[in-house]
Ligand binder design. Structure first.
Ligand code: NAD
Length: 700
């Protein structure tokens, strides 16, 4: 069996590949431990930048750590070795900016082996090693900690985990072997597969402790001092370190069950669409019977295969979009044109308005006034805000003081005079152009000439909405997605006459709200709703023609989308979906048609497709039945994807967004489309669908 320590690999294969690596240095200093426990060689990982550029590991960083470990391993005078990070960051793992340039299997193998060879020394020193996880610990960062003999974690940690499978690879520096050995297969699979597949969920400090990844947790304020004290007590035998691992290890049965559950759950979400989660499960499955050398060698192999996969390329591309393009909208005007926003008005106190009001108050910390047609609706909206604030407080997400402040910031008024001194008013009233025009006219009559008027419309023309106003240049689309607090995207719509100052203000507000803004042209249903409606429309169209519901429902399964098309329909609501389809069918009658069966669902008052137990409601099934031209699942999928490629091409030709990257970003952030598809255009390109439909590719 290969021992990664001994197996030959040529370091020069990779050291020259990462020319721009921001090197994380491993700085060693001696710390005298209390209780006479001796000297600890404390290694601090620090790349010399602030917390916005976290510590990562490329080849030079790994070599810096190796040199530090060489130095401490040679010493006879130390009782222990410790590793900690810089403020807010332990380490966020491999340097992904370099991963994209790995072009051969040998290079990929070399980076895996170098990481293993360096990290494993922490667990193989002649003295105990301690990881003091003071901040973000992701991927290789957490794996480094797993190699140590003991771990402490700060209660202030907000991001710990092994997100590799989310990106299209596996934890390849020890994670799939060490974590199940430490905390058991069920906990390990939760961290390695389940969380990444749940919109890349991260662990907070307390969960790191509860799962057994850390042995003990301390407050951030005196984290290092407490960690050192605890380490001293462990070394002197004063503190015991209970572990969740049963004395004889986990039973084969327990291990097998956890693995089977993880496979079932991954299949339910992915249907085989991406290889990485399955490979990670296989590695964990085999970890029980493997030696450390075997486990690490298997990780090297899996990682080398996956690093060269299309899914990982797509994952890296998507990661880059969400890290960079999502922060600076392409085509944005000069940010210095933005006007300050110190008071906000919200028209409508319904489902979206109440959520929007709370978000503005919470993130901008400015007064927000809601209005609606009558006191009962206004009270309901304010009630929703208060209930949500109480929920945040009760779950410890905000302090009691902050809750009181937030509640006081959001007030209600039945008349729009309350907007007189607002800097921005956003409407979220019924999706009807006449109602919205009327609302804007009423608002314009009371606000200052420079007050921005924003609309949360999902599909209507912002230009038309502004057409009757004295100052149409101050109108902008600001399209949130439901649920507002969770969905990271806002489509910011430049209407025909929107001026740069208005747009800059909207984008600055979006940033203040911690949302990612994509700038879009004023075109029916903008990006996400237009593409989802086209995709869904083709699938429902197949059902109209006679494709059985069950066939259509599962047709997109091989893509690994976050939900089935009919679950999406239920989430959006059949009536809303119908309304958006009508808008799009009016604008583009050659490509969008109102499905007779969808209309029948709405006419019958159906608001859901599935019953609470996820079986299909029989009366819904009856409405969806009928037709004599059934398609196969493959045909349904092909048709829906080809339609998507066509729609994206048209959208780009119309200039709805600046580039295909914006389409991908919108689908990732606004529809939760997975990284392994790269949003969508990389998938359409690599499967040849783009070329078939449009004779070109989206990206070179
Ligand atoms: N529901 C969603 O998922 C979603 C997502 C994104 C955008 N939107 C858009 O947001 C807007 C609101 O949608 P919603 O789902 O919150 O609707 P809703 O029916 O829950 O709320 C609309 C509210 O507006 C009030 N209203 C109507 N006319 C008014 C007027 N003249 N003055 C003051 N208040 C008035 C109504 O009384 C109601 O309380 C729509 O444009 C919709 O397309 C909805």
């Amino acid at each position: 069996m290969i021992n990664p320590n001994e197996s030959a690999f040529d370091e020069s294969l990779i050291t020259s590949l990462f020319p721009g690596e921001v090197v994380t240095r491993a700085l060693v200093r001696d710390v005298e431990l209390p209780y006479g426990a001796g000297t600890m060689a404390l290694i601090t990982l620090d790349n010399g930048r602030d917390h916005t550029r976290p510590n990562t590991f490329g080849p030079a960083s790994l070599i810096s750590l190796r040199e530090a470990l060489d130095a401490v391993a040679a010493r006879q005078d130390i009782a222990a070795v410790g590793v900690t990070g810089k403020p807010f960051i332990f380490s966020v793992g491999a340097d992904l900016s370099g991963a994209g340039v790995l072009a051969s299997r040998d290079q990929a193998l070399a980076i895996g082996r170098l990481g293993h060879a360096v990290f494993r020394r922490l667990g193989e020193l002649s003295v105990p090693s301690f990881a003091f996880v003071n901040g973000a610990a992701l991927g290789g960062g957490l794996e480094l900690a797993l190699h140590c003999s003991y771990r402490t974690v700060s209660s202030g940690v907000t991001a710990a985990g092994l997100p590799e499978t989310f990106l299209g690879i596996v934890p390849g520096w020890g994670g799939t072997y060490l974590l199940p050995q430490l905390i058991g297969p069920a906990g390990a699979l939760k961290v390695i597969v389940e969380n990444p597949l749940s919109q890349n969920r991260m662990l907070r400090g307390p969960e790191v402790l509860i799962l057994g990844i850390a042995d003990v947790m301390f407050e951030p304020a005196d984290f290092l001092a407490e960690s050192l004290r605890w380490a001293a007590r462990v070394l002197t035998g004063a503190a015991g370190v209970p572990r969740v691992r049963p004395p004889g290890g986990w039973s084969a049965e327990n291990w097998g069950q956890a693995v089977a559950t993880a496979r079932l759950s991954a299949d339910g979400k992915l249907h085989g669409a991406a290889p990485a989660p399955y490979q990670a499960i296989d590695l964990v499955a085999a970890a029980r019977g493997r030696t450390r050398d075997e486990g690490f060698a298997a990780e090297d192999d899996a990682l080398a295969d996956l690093i060269l996969s299309e899914e990982f390329r797509a994952g890296l591309y998507a990661f880059d979009l969400t890290q960079k393009r999502a922060r600076h909208a392409a085509g944005a005007p000069d940010a210095s044109l933005a006007r300050p926003v110190t008071k906000v008005g919200v028209v409508g106190a319904g489902l979206m308005a109440a959520q929007i009001a709370l978000l503005f108050a919470r993130r901008l910390e400015v007064p927000v006034v809601l209005t609606d047609l009558d006191q009962a609706r206004l009270d309901a909206g304010l009630g929703h805000v208060r209930a949500e604030v109480a929920r945040l407080r009760d779950r410890g997400r905000i302090s009691a003081d902050a809750a009181a402040r937030l509640t006081a910031l959001v007030t209600g008024s039945l008349t729009k005079d309350a907007f007189a001194d607002a800097d921005l008013v956003i409407e979220a009233v019924f999706e009807e152009i006449a109602v919205k025009q009327q609302v804007f006219a009423e608002v314009e009559a009371v606000v200052r000439p420079d007050c921005v008027l924003a609309t949360n419309t999902s599909s209507l023309s912002v230009t038309e909405m502004a057409s009757g106003l004295a100052h149409p240049s101050r109108v902008v689309g600001f399209h949130f997605f439901n649920p507002v607090a969770m969905m990271p995207l806002v489509e910011v719509v430049r209407a025909a006459r929107t001026d740069d100052a208005t747009l800059a203000t909207a984008l600055a507000v979006g940033q203040g709200l911690k949302k990612s803004c994509v700038l879009v042209k004023d075109a029916p249903a903008f990006v996400v709703n237009r593409l989802l409606t086209r995709f869904l429309g083709e699938i429902i169209g197949c059902v109209d023609e006679g494709t059985p519901f069950e066939v259509a429902e599962h047709a997109p399964d091989p893509l690994g989308l976050p939900m089935s098309p009919f679950f999406l329909l239920q989430l959006v609501g059949p009536a809303v979906a119908l309304h958006v389809t009508e808008t799009l069918a009016a604008a583009y009658p050659d490509r969008f048609a109102v499905s007779p069966k969808l209309r029948a669902l709405v006419t019958a008052g159906k608001t859901a497709v599935y019953r609470p137990d996820f079986t299909v409601d029989e009366s819904v099934a009856a409405i969806l039945a009928g037709g004599d031209r059934p398609s196969t699942a493959g045909e349904v999928r092909e048709r829906a994807l080809e339609a998507l490629a066509e729609e994206i091409r048209l959208m780009l030709d119309e200039g709805v967004v600046a580039a295909p990257e914006d389409i991908d970003l919108c689908m990732i952030l606004g529809a939760g489309w997975p990284f392994h598809l790269g949003g969508i255009t990389p998938y359409l390109d690599r499967t040849g669908i783009t070329e078939k439909v449009t004779s070109t590719r989206f990206r070179a």
